[in-house]
Design a protein around this ligand. Structure first.
Ligand code: Z5A
Length: 215
């Protein structure tokens, strides 16, 4: 069993970046090392947050304004943070989340043009100021990512967006990573699945080793 204290690790990336694929590999890799791990996703992870997810991604509900979209993402997050993530961290467990607040900066900030200051305020209040200690950004050119998910059954409301929206999302993610290099690791996700998986596991191993050293 690892002796280091619990912490939050997140996976981020645009369409077809391979988060789900990498998440499964990372979970197995970390559990095999004895890390006590809660795996979750956003939006979602609790019954209420999953219900909000189905609303916010539903493409049949008519227009959703950017303000509603941002608030729904944070409503789901507020619940997940208090119901699952903070209690897990308090127990000393580790948490691996498929997306977190960086996604709101990228999609609602970069993609929809919501001001960063507003997202900052929501992060401080609704997300209790919680920030991951490590964020793996799976970065892939938009055209490659979109080609990977093409043909997947019924795109949801956000997946229906056009290429320029996803280009803004990618730019916002990369800017956040550049602004906070001690937290972010950018993984070149245009490479094959095995290479991406290896880079992600290596980044987490290095983080665990560093944390053990400093714990
Ligand atoms: N959203 C938001 O707007 N604001 C927020 O604050 C939050 C979220 C938290 C749902 O997220 C939506 O919510 C998302 C952002 C928004 N909208 N969009 N678009 P999600 O994370 O649940 O949904 P998603 O982005 O569509 O993720 P996904 O479907 O799980 O995709 P993925 O995890 O990136 O990819 P994958 O399923 O692992 O892989 C896709 C395909 O590519 C699959 O066939 C793989 O076999 C293949 N693949 C994966 N990696 C590779 C490599 N390296 N080479 C070749 N092929 C690959």
């Amino acid at each position: 069993m690892t002796t280091v204290k619990g912490c939050l690790i997140t996976l981020e990336g645009g369409e077809g970046a391979g988060k789900s694929t990498v998440l499964a590999a990372l979970r197995d890799h970390m559990v095999a090392q004895g890390v006590r791990l809660l795996v979750t996703r956003e939006p979602g992870g609790t019954p209420l947050a999953e219900a909000i997810r189905s609303i916010v991604l539903d493409s049949t509900l008519g227009p959703v304004c950017a303000e509603s979209e941002l608030l729904l993402m944070f409503a789901a997050r507020a619940q997940l943070v208090r119901e699952l993530i903070l209690p897990a961290l308090d127990r000393g467990d580790w948490v691996l989340s498929d997306r977190f607040t960086d996604a709101s900066y990228a999609y609602q900030g970069g993609g929809r043009g919501q001001p960063s200051a507003r997202i900052n305020d929501l992060e401080a209040w609704a997300a209790a100021g919680l920030r991951p200690e490590l964020t793996l950004l799976l970065d892939v050119p938009v055209t490659i990512g979109m080609a990977r998910v093409e043909g997947r059954s019924a795109p949801d409301r956000i997946e229906n967006e056009k290429t320029d929206f996803f280009e803004r999302v990618r730019r916002a993610y990369r800017e956040r990573a550049a602004a906070d290099p001690s937290r972010f690791r950018i993984i070149d996700s245009s490479l094959g699945i095995e290479a991406v998986r290896k880079s992600a596991c290596a980044a987490v191993d290095a983080f665990i080793a560093r944390r053990k050293g400093g714990a």
